[in-house]
Design a protein around this ligand. Structure first.
Ligand SMILES: C[S@@+](CC[C@H](N)C(=O)[O-])C[C@H]1O[C@@H](n2cnc3c(N)ncnc32)[C@H](O)[C@@H]1O
Length: 264
């Protein structure tokens, strides 16, 4: 069923808020950390790049502006309202309406797949992971950014205990999967799913898409400006970036070994 036939997507209602709050230089975390990190992790070589859950398209536009001259970036999102902003901003990527759970692309189409702060909102994360692994070419990179599951899960957060005179970071029930509606701004309630890290790493590993690098950037200074304890909060990561690589199929690995050893 299309998003139109279903009466729109929940993120349609958040599209104007998302654009005003997180894009076009409005958010220091995106500007100074997320976008440069994604560019670096995708790397210089990738020609065909897919941005799953592209939203207003800021990550896709940034990736289109770097890399090889013949790079082609495709952004896909189920929200028509997000895509309308993406199309209006231009910048070169091609935008397609659809869900990560069912990507309308052939196997091994992309040299790099990006999924930036999306999987927490997807109805079926296993299907999204399987689809991203399917469309990734052998040797390709999958860059997955999530709210750090260890420190930002349901029930986690800064505690200022005025009675005990202690400040600490409470870690919620990490191993329990849960969905919480968070009012991120007045009138903007968004569903966030919490899952332990193994729920993302192992399904990809089972498809020969293996973890090769992780980054846990410190929150930018602007976000700590209003903290009661900036030193404590600066040591608690908000984001986790995971870079996976699609290993070549077993037959190719055996052939490489034969080539490398001269068949000995
Ligand atoms: C927090 S925004 C991130 C947008 C963009 N990736 C960025 O970093 O600027 C989350 C996006 O995920 C999209 N989304 C939600 N469920 C999805 C799904 N099942 N497949 C693909 N995208 C989805 C939403 O429509 C929304 O645009």
């Amino acid at each position: 069923m299309s998003e139109q036939a279903a009466g729109g997507h929940p993120w349609d209602a958040h599209a104007a808020w998302w654009k005003a709050t997180f894009t076009g230089g409005a958010d220091p975390e995106y500007d100074r950390e997320i976008v440069p990190l994604v560019r670096r992790e995708v790397g210089e070589g990738a020609r065909r790049v897919l941005d799953v859950g592209t939203g207003e398209g800021q990550v896709a536009r940034s990736l289109q502006a770097c890399g090889p001259a013949d790079r082609r970036v495709v952004g896909i999102d189920p929200s028509g309202a997000q895509l309308a902003f993406a199309a209006g901003a231009g910048g070169g990527p091609c935008f397609v309406q659809g869900r990560g759970e069912r990507l309308p692309f052939a196997d091994a189409t992309f040299d790099a797949v990006v999924c930036c702060l999306v999987i927490e909102h997807a109805d079926d994360p296993d299907a999204v992971l399987a689809e991203m692994a399917r469309v990734l070419a052998p040797g390709g990179r999958l860059v997955l950014l999530v709210n750090h599951p260890l420190y930002q899960g349901t029930g986690s957060g800064f505690i200022d205990d005025q009675i005990l005179g202690e400040r600490y970071w409470r870690v919620g029930p990490y191993l329990d999967e849960s969905v919480a509606y968070e009012e991120v701004d007045p009138g903007v309630a968004i569903a966030f799913a919490h899952r332990p890290l193994s729920r993302y790493v192992n399904p990809l590993g089972a498809r020969d898409v293996v973890l090769v690098r992780m980054d846990e950037p410190r929150p930018p200074a602007e976000l700590l400006a209003t903290s009661l304890d900036p030193a404590l909060e600066s040591a608690i990561p908000r984001l986790l970036s995971l870079r996976f690589e699609a290993r070549p199929p077993p037959a190719a690995r055996v052939r490489d070994w034969d080539e490398a050893t001269g068949g000995r």
